[in-house]
Design a protein around this ligand. Sequence first.
Ligand code: SF4
Length: 419
Amino acid sequence: MVTPGAGTESTASDAAGVTSSSSRSHSIAADRGWPRANSGRTHADPGPILAPSGLPPVGVDPELGVPVYVTVDRTLRVKVTDACGMACVFCHNEGTPVVIDNRGAMPGDYAGVGRSGRVSIYVGSNGARFLPDMVVPNEEFASVLSTLRASVGVAELHLTGGEPTLHPQLHEVIRLARSTGYEVRMTSNGENGSRMLPACAAAGLERVNFSVFGTTADELARVQHPKVAGRHRVERRISALRRSVRTALDLGLKVSANIVVPDVDHAPRVRRLLTEYAEEVTVRLLPSLDAGRSSIIAIESILTDLGAVPTALHFTAGASDYSTSYRLLSGQIVCFKRIRPVRLPRTCTGCRFNNDTDCQEGFYGLRLYRDRAGGYQVGVCIQRMDLCLPLQQFLASELGKEIVGLRDADRRELCSAYQ
Ligand code: SF4
């Protein structure tokens, strides 16, 4: 299973829209042949979910009658560590092999499943050629960030892992990123946040997207490898997540709770999440990529039951994710985050996964890794890690121009479609 935008989860990429029997659920079905950048194979990425950067809407969606906001993707996702205390069965691990299970293995022999119980769901087919290492917050890293900012216009750093809060110098990573002009956000499972977040906030962290894999021990245990699914262990994880969310809120950080909804059986979990968190936290419902259409139908059904009314559409030009925000009968706001079929116009053309089902995430934005030889690698797709390039090769290639061109074309198409 894959979960969009939730760090190392895998999310849904079914961009085919859903219809349902009730008129309300018809209004919830917001997907209908999105504008496609670059002749018909599109995509998008994160960004402001509820507060569209103060920009006015570009227009009104004719079907939903809600304002449409378009921002341009400026994100750079950085895998700061491979370490993680969880073992989610759907983890994409940012496309890289799990280090602890692949030490000593050569490229081509990397295993997607190992003795630790952790998985990296695409490693069996994505051509990964390196093992990731921890990012070191030094001058070289600052230089890499500055170079990418200048060459491809990225300005928002998204810290991923593994679990970023297990990086012992995370606050220094954030401080360096801020000093080079980036806004900094993080996706976290919450296992170590109460200890790390105060220093991270002081260093300039702006937002934390918490991945909520379960609101009860049973729920969390169901999505963990049996090796880490013991009752006491999962209960400790849930308590740690609660403490981390509280800490983030007390520190004044912006906080989101991401929850993947594979099917309607997860409706009680969504309700518990809304009860527990939605007063202070932005709740985002994410479809499961490998559950596909049934996951989208499940979320729409849950929204309908909650009396959800759409309030806005948010697109990020140049990357695959987009979201619809809803107001519930209770007055709470929730977001439904999904995937558009955005593609890089040249790179994706010859890709064997370039069809409506195999390409699960679309072009989701730029990714940065540090390999175990100490070099930096730039990636454009977790399903095609063979496309990763060492930084200097990336800078010398046409990929950067392709990404910038995609953003511009996609922004123009989105704006003209809704004006
Ligand atoms: S490289 Fe292939 S899998 Fe990756 S976004 Fe492009 S088409 Fe999809």
